[in-house]
Design a binder for this molecule. Structure first.
Ligand SMILES: Cc1ncc(COP(=O)(O)O)c(C=O)c1O
Length: 396
């Protein structure tokens, strides 16, 4: 059978993290030792109390379809969690529970964006923003995120990008791939702009629990924003639950109803027992303690990686305030970032991602995840240093 692909398939992108992971696995199958710094997921196990809650739920029969937007008690618990985190008076009817927060982005685009519309996306940014916006026939417009601005969105620059066709602004704090966070002033300026230009905003706060310096400021929580903002969040990153596939959105009720219809037409519902496990993640002290312990360890690893990279001539690495990525500038090494990605994997077995796979403004950078052990981070830094012609740089 020769398939004739729909035009839109030529516009869909991918996540290079999944591609590089596949290449790295092939090399491992040949017996090579690879250090994985391409991964976008915590290397921790899900806290045991959450696993126990899921097991109890399965044993108690939570193996059936649930209402499309989530089990009522889970939507209630999620609303409580959002209220606690953001101060917004969010109710269960504002919440849509989905199998992975990515779905919230897809559903929002399907619900409000027409072909030919423009969507402002962070560049560099999570590649799925750009991919899905193009896929539905709209135009992604790059909002540059620069190291010189501490990887914060430049709100005045965003203002200059808004046109009659702008439907949506996507903001991500803490950010993938840079680890940058927005300050309260940034969030207030974005809120002002959104109100002036009547923009809908998607605030992707999936890394909101993972901040090391400075608190996470929720854009959804800024006065007046809840009526025009979709908060995207989930359990993947904070509780090391990427494989459980459980995310949620908080949004105005009329939008939540549209997303309910989109859920009925796609996944039907998120898995019943992972929904119930999420309540344990949101509400138990043990789960909070697990997040705190993970954040403490990530901070330590971040510092080791940043200090190590900065000892390599030609690499300049900021100390990001959130998420678990660093995004060093490698231009002074003379390497093109895509060639460096390939060479580091093929020649020294370190899997990293070229910054330009996150958007054109990511050129001259690579992304490294520190969701790996201190020993592996030190080994990786030494391998990169040797590859770039410097000696080993980790302290003995
Ligand atoms: C910025 C950002 N948003 C959303 C997601 C999606 O998370 P999930 O679908 O696992 O909830 C990711 C995952 O890597 C991400 O980096």
């Amino acid at each position: 059978m020769k398939f004739r692909w729909a035009d839109r398939m030529s516009r869909i992108g991918t996540e290079s993290a999944f591609e590089v992971l596949a290449q790295a696995r092939e090399l491992e199958a040949e017996g090579r030792d690879i250090i994985h710094l391409e991964i976008g997921e915590p290397d921790y196990a899900t806290p045991q109390n959450i696993i126990d809650a899921a097991t109890r739920a399965i044993n108690d029969g939570a193996t059936h379809y649930t209402p499309a937007s989530g089990i009522p008690a889970v939507r209630e618990a999620t609303a409580r969690y959002v209220r606690k985190r953001t101060g917004v008076n969010t109710a269960a009817e504002n919440i849509v529970v989905v199998p992975g927060s990515k779905n919230i982005l897809a559903f929002l685009l399907l619900a409000i964006v027409e072909p030919g519309d423009e969507v402002i996306v962070p560049d560099p940014g999570y590649p799925i923003y750009r991919s899905l916006v193009s896929f539905i026939g709209a135009t992604p417009v790059s909002a540059p995120i620069r190291q010189s601005n501490d990887f914060r969105l430049d709100v005045e620059e965003v203002r200059s990008l808004v046109t009659q066709r702008t439907k949506l602004l996507i903001v991500n704090t803490p950010a993938n791939p840079t680890g940058g966070i927005l300050t309260r002033e940034d969030c207030e300026s974005i809120a002002k702009l959104a109100a002036e230009r009547d923009l809908v905003v998607l605030s992707d706060e999936i890394y909101g629990r993972l901040t090391y310096d400075g608190e996470h400021v929720s854009l959804y929580g800024i006065d007046g924003m809840a009526e025009r903002t979709v908060l995207l969040d989930g359990v993947s990153k904070a509780w090391a639950m990427c494989g459980w596939r459980l995310g949620f959105g908080a949004m105005p009720v009329e939008l939540a109803r549209r997303m309910d219809t989109l859920m009925i037409n796609s996944s039907s519902c998120a898995a019943a027992f992972t929904q119930l496990a999420a309540v344990e993640a949101f509400e138990s002290e043990e789960s909070d303690a697990a997040v705190d312990a993970m954040v403490g360890e990530f901070r330590h690893r971040r510092d080791i990686l940043v200090d190590g990279l900065n000892r390599i001539p030609g690499i300049s690495c900021r100390r990001p305030a959130g998420a678990f990525y660093v995004f060093p500038d490698i231009t002074a090494t003379g390497w093109d970032e895509r060639e460096l990605q390939k060479a580091l994997l093929d020649e020294v077995g370190v899997a990293v991602l070229a910054g330009s796979t996150f958007g054109p403004h990511g050129a001259g950078h690579i992304r490294l995840s520190y969701a790996n052990s201190v020993a592996n981070l030190e080994r990786a830094v030494d391998r990169i240093a040797l590859h770039l012609g410097a000696g080993a740089v980790s302290p003995a």
